[in-house]
Design a protein around this ligand. Structure first.
Ligand SMILES: Nc1ncnc2c1ncn2[C@@H]1O[C@H](COP(=O)(O)OP(=O)(O)OP(=O)(O)O)[C@@H](O)[C@H]1O
Ligand SMILES: [Mg+2]
Length: 244
């Protein structure tokens, strides 16, 4: 029978948990200097901690990302600049909240807005930020999920809270949902909260910022204008075959 020393057993358990994406306070991404020098490739080695953070963040990114965007990378310079700013602003300490700029990717159907958004967020995960977390929804899906259902009366409030508080939100297709006073109020509350807290958000839209003003109204438009860099995306509809 092999007897493991207490320290070796702890390292073994730590590795197993980390592989399954379960954070452990003592090893989960401790961005500060290690308290003891670990062997290369073992807990305590800064490179080991970084690799664990990347693995955990990327597994969360993959879980949140629909199959069609699983291979998304971005080479768009504005999106890359945004990702790197957000990665650098990402709190090293669990007590702090992420604050940073937001993006509005706008342009025609199929030009690659959602793809670029997932690519930008992937870049943040791949940087190995601690406790990476994101939420993805589209405006129409968000309203559908919030509609009151019997027995789920708290659903709207729960989802709103989640969309307000998540460090990173990808809110796809703004302006496409049919607005009513109920939907307009929800969108305002979420945008206003993320604006007030400076929470990084990527919005995508088929509308230009000017057209969005008509669609979402002055109050939301004004907040979007201040909090986002508007990036126009051009090109053909990538879902359609290209004519020779
Ligand atoms: N840079 C890229 N490299 C490879 N594939 C891409 C790229 N950009 C987009 N695609 C692919 O093209 C398709 C359309 O992209 P996407 O869904 O991002 O478009 P969109 O601008 O968000 O469209 P919509 O306005 O309809 O929401 C997807 O299959 C996407 O994975
Ligand atoms: Mg899209």
């Amino acid at each position: 029978m092999t007897t493991l020393s207490a320290e070796t057993a702890l390292q073994h358990i730590t590795r197993q948990l980390a592989r399954r994406g379960i954070p452990i306070p003592s090893t989960d991404p401790d961005p500060g200097p290690s308290t003891h020098a670990g062997q290369p490739g073992e807990p305590g080695d800064p490179e080991w901690h970084h690799a664990q953070r990347v693995e955990l963040a990327m597994s969360r990114w993959q879980r949140m990302t629909p199959p069609v965007y699983q291979e998304a990378h971005t080479d768009h310079s504005d999106v890359i600049a945004w990702s790197d700013t957000v990665s650098q602003a990402w709190p090293k300490d669990g007590e702090q909240r992420l604050q940073g700029p937001s993006l509005l990717l706008w342009g025609g159907t199929g030009v690659g807005k959602t793809h670029a958004a997932f690519g930008g967020i992937r870049r943040i995960a791949a940087a190995g930020v601690p406790r990476f977390s994101m939420v993805f929804t589209s405006q129409p899906e968000m309203y559908a999920a919030m509609r009151p259902k019997p027995g789920r009366e708290d659903q709207q409030e729960r989802l709103e809270r989640q969309l307000m508080r998540t460090p990173l939100l990808l809110l796809d297709d703004i302006g496409t949902a049919k607005e009513s006073p109920w939907t307009a109020e929800i969108l305002y509350r979420i945008v206003n909260h993320r604006y007030n807290q400076r929470r990084p958000t990527i919005f995508t839209s088929n509308y230009s910022p000017k057209q969005l003003r008509e669609v979402v109204g002055d109050r939301i438009h004004s907040r979007l204008a201040e909090m986002t860099t508007a990036v126009r995306m051009d090109g053909h509809d990538r879902r359609l075959p290209r004519r020779a």
